[in-house]
Design a protein around this ligand. Sequence first.
Ligand code: ADP
Ligand code: F6P
Length: 467
Amino acid sequence: MSRLVVVSNRIADPRKTAAGGLAVALAEVLNNAGGLWFGWSGKVIDDAEDDDVVFQRAGPVTLAMVDLSQADHDAFYLGYSNGVLWPVFHYRLDLADFDAGYISGYRRVNQLFARKLLPLLKPDDVIWVHDYHLIPLAAELRALGCKQRIGFFLHIPLPPPLMLAAIPGHDWLIRALFAYDLVGFQSKADLDHFAGYVESEAHAQPVDDGRWRAFGRTVQAGAFPIGIDVQEFTELAHAPEAVELYERMRLEYSRRKLLVGVDRLDYSKGLPQRMRAFREFLTKNPDLRSSATLIQIASPSRENVSAYTEILHELESLCGSINGNFGELDWMPVRYIHRTVARARLPGLYRASRVALVTPLRDGMNLVAKEFLAAQNVDDPGVLVLSRFAGAAEQLREALLVNPYDTEGTAAAILLALQMPVEERRARHEALMQTIRRYDVHWWCDSFLAALERTQSEEKGTSWLRL
Ligand code: ADP
Ligand code: F6P
């Protein structure tokens, strides 16, 4: 059997808590399949170029890590990945910083990754590259002579063609995708955007079943919505740490219904809009005021990028003003916690909550929505209020779908969720569980790798790349 080599910028010990869909899903995959996980060590040092790869054994997985220099970290991670690609791919052209210097740092780190990874590869390895930080990695590997099959999965959305075209050098970026054998997206909408872009901007010809030909190469592309390990997460809900938290929350909030939000503190997650919708709900429903509490957990993320500092201040100020205006001596409407919660405790928090507010302005998938469902008591389940702009909304049709920009509409959905009779909650939950069970993390991994295996191998010459 071929060895699986996973490559991503962020890597994490798969036995520990990490916030972020990519780290959580890849930990599940590698804990089962074993293999090599190559990526950034998380360390920024003076002279990373000459550093050796550091290896660490983590259960069945070998972590292979490289450091980044300060200049590379700033240009590659903060600059191009999170200052250009992240905002544009999340439809936020207004937040993009198109500093011309970033792209060379982005390319340099992809070349560094290729150079350090190549000697670790075995001839029959299957390589699976993840996310927007590493779009040109296959092209750089091919340029060094790599012949193995390489798949790419984009964890974040792909925007419509004209928005993508706002990125200086967008043609270079998309051409680099043609060095992969398979490119996977979270949703059909993302795949349609890819097709629209390559056909209109690169004059690609659609070939049979999800293949496109351009730049003298054919690439296979498909939608592979990511899932969670439903069984493991359901079991986690019955483990002592989750049960203990669940019982404490139920006792403390016995007279109240809980609403919960769990996110990285990111502007794509729609946190200020969520708070405004909750404030609108409190304003419109004075009789229900002291019977509902919103717990918002927001883990720190990318704090060196200015848009993240701004969203932090905006959120703090909104939570403060809601509590100041609506709070009572014995009740605060919002509990805001700026921290990562241990993974083992999350199901307890989800299970104690009547409503989950998963209301991103744009999101590749959103695993929190699926985790909330998996943690519920099937006899008395909570209600998922889900943004129609999350990738998960393509699958989770029985959730209460909202437009997070519509404050009144979201407030009305909160009321509906809090008052929904148990029969309707059960029916919706059962249908949603069927979907997340069928399309779980194992389905995601197996279907992607099987599709990669089926791709027809092609001459991997590199002259066409001209990156
Ligand atoms: P993203 O990848 O954009 O962060 P997802 O919802 O897909 O969004 O994935 C987030 C993952 O990180 C989930 O598994 C969730 O449980 C975890 N997570 C997010 N925020 C926190 C937090 N504050 N504490 C603990 N885990 C978190
Ligand atoms: O899932 C989206 C994602 O960007 C992942 O690529 C990443 O691991 C996660 O969010 C957290 O972001 P970061 O690695 O920048 O902390």
